[in-house]
Design a protein around this ligand. Structure first.
Ligand code: URA
Length: 252
């Protein structure tokens, strides 16, 4: 679109018609004259926005039109943020692509980065047990993904710009799976997906919605490994998720 077309550095820095330098220097300065440096400045708002907004929208639209193979390839080759320089593997997600359940974590850790699969470390073992308690198994009727597809170095928290670049991938995964229920694991994933700063304690216990799909929030398995006393609460969350799943099935 014309109004979003990027403007080259040269175009931005050079006025279209250079002022007649000699005449300007010779003429006396008057109050209505614009200082010379203002000629060098572009109209700021439109030009500053153009290169950022339009490509971001185009990228989101392109991702939203992808099928599984295209999405897989786009994630594998993604260089949209700095994490591409430190990752070993991208971690696309794993499981049944027509699953009724979708589980969403935060980001790959060290083991996941090495193996290219989500939740393969200690937290993953607990997650597998959580799945069993729901009558599920990794790869059968459940798809597991993360908000970020690349590991933040040193397991630091993901940065907002990284989440922003990665979100279209997750959004499209959810659109392709179209699960009956999404279970979000941990504060970070919950707050990112639901675009809120509400603490996890307040997000638990109610059914939220993402793109029309019911969302239940529970604790991250890594947190549960450290805080055994909250396992009972996590069990309550899974019971709620099962209820939501069954209800959605009855309506289908
Ligand atoms: N923690 C997550 O949130 N995701 C993983 O894949 C592994 C650990």
């Amino acid at each position: 679109m014309a109004d979003f077309a990027p403007v080259s550095t040269a175009e931005r820095e050079a006025p279209a018609e250079p002022p007649p330098v000699q005449a300007a220097m010779d003429a006396p300065m008057t109050a209505d004259m614009v200082p010379a440096e203002d000629f060098a400045e572009p109209a700021p708002a439109v030009i500053a926005e153009a290169p950022i907004v339009a490509p971001a929208r185009d990228r989101e639209a392109a991702i939203a039109a992808m099928d599984w193979p295209a999405l897989d390839a786009a994630v594998a080759g993604c260089t949209a943020c700095g994490l591409c320089h430190t990752r070993t593997n991208t971690v696309f997600g794993v499981g049944d692509r027509q699953a009724e359940w979708m589980l969403i974590g935060e980001a790959p850790g060290e083991n996941e980065d090495l193996q290219g699969e989500p939740f393969v470390g200690q937290a993953g073992k607990l997650l597998d047990n959580m799945l069993v308690s729901l009558g599920l198994r990794r790869g059968r009727n459940v798809f597991i993904a993360n908000v970020l597809k690349c590991r933040p170095p040193g397991n630091r928290n993901p940065e907002p710009a990284e989440v922003e670049q990665c979100e279209p991938f997750l959004k499209q995964q959810i659109a392709l799976v179209r699960p009956r229920v999404i279970v979000v694991l941990g504060r970070f994933a919950a707050q990112s997906l639901l675009r809120t700063t509400t603490p996890i304690g307040k997000l638990r216990g109610t059914v939220h919605s993402y793109e029309g799909i019911p969302v239940v929030v529970t604790y991250h398995p890594a947190y549960l490994l450290r805080t055994l006393t909250d396992k009972a609460r996590a069990w309550e969350d899974l019971c709620l998720a099962r209820e939501v799943h069954d209800r959605a099935g009855a309506q289908a």
